[in-house]
Structure formats: C-alpha cells, structure tokens
Design a protein around this ligand. Sequence first.
Ligand code: ASP
Length: 328
Amino acid sequence: MNLHSRILAAGALAALAGLSALPAQAQSPAYPTRAITMIVPFAAGGPTDVISRIVTAHMAQTLGQSIIIENVVGAGGTTATTRAARATNDGYTLITGHMGTHAASVPLYPKLAYHPEKDFEPIALLAGTPILILAKKDFAPKDLKEFATYVKANVDKVNAAHAGVGSVSHVSCELLNSVLEIKPTGVPFNGTGPAMNALVGGQVDYMCDQIVNAVPQIKGGTIKAYAIATPERNPSLPDVPTTKEAGLPAFQAQAWNAIFAPKGTPPEVIAKLNAAAVKALDDENVRKRLLDLGSVIPPTAERTPASLAALVKSEIAKWTPVVKPAGN
Ligand code: ASP
C-alpha cells in the first residue's frame, strides 16, 4: 500500500469512527425501513382480524412499508399478547389488542405474564364494537324474552361459544349469564371467526360477539340476533332491538380494538404509527368499511395514545369487580 493509499485508508477509518460516534438515531434511516408485523391474537376472519386488516392496509400505504398480519392464537388472546409484550421494542412488532387482552384479562388471569399498562405503549384506538346476543338460526326462542326463559329452563342443554377465557365473547357472555343467573357450558374456539362458523353450522347454540363479525351473517340470514347491548340501535342493523328495548336493560356491553407496541418503543415511532392510524380512520373507504360492519369510529380526540392509555386504565377498573379469576 503506498502512502497515498494509506492516508486515504486512514481517512476512511477516521470517517467511519466519526460516524459511529453519532447517536444511533442519526445513523438509522427514517422508520420504517422494512415490513412491520401486526400480531392479531385471534384466528383469521374474526372481528380483531377484520378490523386490523382494514386499518393496516391503509397505514401501510402511509408508512411506505407492508404490514404483515400474524394470527397467533390461544388462551383467549393472552398467548399472543405475551409474545407482543416481549417483542423487540423497535416498532416492527405491534399488536391489535382489545377489551379482553388489554383489560378484562388482568382480573381473569392472576398470573398474567404481562400488564397492559406497564408492558405496552398505546398507539391508537381503532374502533368501538357493540356486542350482540346471537344464536344459531333454528334456536327455538323467537325474541330476547323467550331466549332468557329458554336458557334458564334448559341451562344443562344449551351451550355458548366463545374465543377463550378472557376474550371479549367470553367476558361479555359471562356478564350476560350473570344477569340471567345461569352457568351454561362454554365452547372455546381460537377466535370468533371459527366460533361464528360453528354458530352458522348449528354446532353451538348462542354467542355474544362484536358486531363486526355478526353484520354479514345477520344480513345473510344465517344466524339470529336477539339484541344489541348498547343504549342505541346500530345504523348497520336498524332492525335489531337494543337490550333495553328487548327487555334486558341490565346487559350493556361494548368492546373495542386498538393498536399497542411493546413498552419502550421510541416516541418518534409511536408518533408515526399514531399519525398513520389517524389518517386511516379519516379515509373515506376505510370509514365506510368499518361503518358498514357496525363499528364505532373514535372521534379525533379519542385517537391519541394518551386517550387510549386512559381507556385501558378505566376498562381494567371497570372489569376488575365484574369478572372473577378464571376457574372460580
Ligand atoms: N374478537 C375476537 C376475535 O377477533 C374474539 C373475542 O375476543 O371474542 O376473534
């Protein structure tokens, strides 16, 4: 190597040394530079999966990278949520959680391997999802009053499908069952996507599910809807009465889905993800798809990470006195 080359090489080394002294952020190109994984804690085709796919397809356009949905099932969504809590906090692994995984599971699982508030950064609330009381098409009761009488009289025979202990379908039907003072057999699935298939097929009797899953089936006449557990009827299902109208006002339930990242995800990454989610919720096509499925799109003020943090806190407080540890 001649002197000239040595000087050049030394200069290159010095430049490299200088570069590595720069803060990590200045070295790394702007997030995201590769595909993002969105963990969905239930089977494909259910409400969490459907809402995630609608919103992340738009977010991917904004972020300029694909968002790959990974359905990780088991234990009412808590298997996936544990995995997400332990994922690298670099913005490349996220989770679409919900009222079950990020609130009701806390009192239900005393040994839960994560805490929704301590182990996650809230990104954005995506949708509110009213709960409906649904049954297989040929279930004998004609309306909610008959349903209440029938399930009380036949509690040993009827069964209720759900998506595992701690899932929305489980927790909301537990609430319904406590209002009716019954304890029917529960039939667990990996999500209410497959649970809905079983309801349509008549293999299970009834289910409490998020509206997103129910609208296409109710409209198609493949299942029955007794009532929606919100104070008002839903525009996507104008003929379905509220629980109040149908005679069971004590049963009120609305779930939600939201995006979370592992704790410690950089604030600038959180800001980018939140902005992309907010933009998606303002998109006409995204809105139409969510509204057609009966979702309630959060107003702008309720789309901030701070607002989602407050929701998680209040939902944990709300469900703690209502649900007992699993097995009790
Ligand atoms: N919503 C879940 C799903 O997407 C199931 C549940 O929580 O009941 O399948």
